[in-house]
Design a binder for this molecule. Sequence first.
Ligand code: ARG
Length: 418
Amino acid sequence: MAKKVVLAYSGGLDTSVAIRWLKEERGYDVIALTIDLGNEKDLRTVEQRAMQIGAVKAIVRDGKRLFIDYFAFPALMAGAVYEGQYLLATAIGRPLIAKMLVDVAREEGATAIAHGCTGKGNDQVRFDVSTQALAPDLEIIAPVREHRMSREEQIEWAAARGVPVPATKASPYSTDENLWGRSIEAGVLEDPWQTPPEEIYAWTRSVADAPEQPREIEISFEHGRPVRLDGHEMDGVTLVQTLNQWAGEHGVGRTDLVEDRLIGIKSREIYEAPAAWTLHAAHEALEQLTLSKPQLRTKNALRQEYADLIYNGLWFTAHHQDLAAYVASTQRHVTGTVRMRLHKGQAVPAGKKSPRSLYSYQLATYDRGDSYDQGNAVGFIRIWGLPVAQQARTQLLAEGEAPFQLGTSEGAPPEPPA
Ligand code: ARG
């Protein structure tokens, strides 16, 4: 009996060739696993193609709910943004795909998993490291990274063997998508000076084409998770799908980033993530209302770390578990509603409310009804300023020291000692 490999199968050229390659070059029985993370493909056709090419089994699984609940929303709650512009759609999708590959490998008694990544990107790292964390015993095979055939060479290789690869017209772009976002790279985009052509976008209108009239929508969160749109309860998948439509219509969520890949290359990437950007902005607005200053500070300090670990393929690590536990704890009271204004490429929080709000009208107001005792400020400031006055008296204003003077060299901060 031949050994078995579970291949992450998208139905595209690379992974279609990989089915036959794994069989011919490596002697594997190939189980093709196609996972739906909201990438809008005809999955029945993909399944049939896998069998036609020579897979021993083709499996299609819906990962959308797991993706939103265990990957996208936790990344949202952490405020994870890579290099200011990337909401990590692909980066959070890969560990889930790895998890599902490993699960199927166990069910089917396979000894290896395979994926269609090249050796130049981040995705290979995410698949390989995630698999190593979940199942260190499984072999990992990346046919494209090994055979290094170009697109043309793969088409010829397939034709010579009568492999029915998909007859897609060669797009100059490389795209990837799931519910959390869509990425576009290659083609003219490889020149960072080139304006991204309008044809690359699929989820968002251009600012010019977006409606003149703004639209206001309400997003409600419970414990940091989005649960309602305009008051209607919905599951996370439906909520994100709906919001992708609403915000995409107004041109929200396009970014253009020359990004730093883990493997050392800078690459130009265009992203569309209308729902994800709208949710991040709304979530942040609600946190302003419901988290204390040190909570906000500490969370903010961890955002970068969190985004990096996701980007760099370290989802299944103890470090991630620790950070996630902290983030989850901060979300206990992040419950409430944010009114977002969608207009001409922007999603801006216009209003926010929460039953757990730390904002107090009675304390903040300058109108009648002010409950803040201004007299208390005097004593507080005396104590706050006590060490300042003490140091000024004994050091800064002492005989022979230059007092604070503006516009003179004496007023400038002293040079540090050599
Ligand atoms: N640059 C992004 C990342 O590293 C998107 C990668 C998209 N993947 C792809 N195979 N086209 O996460």
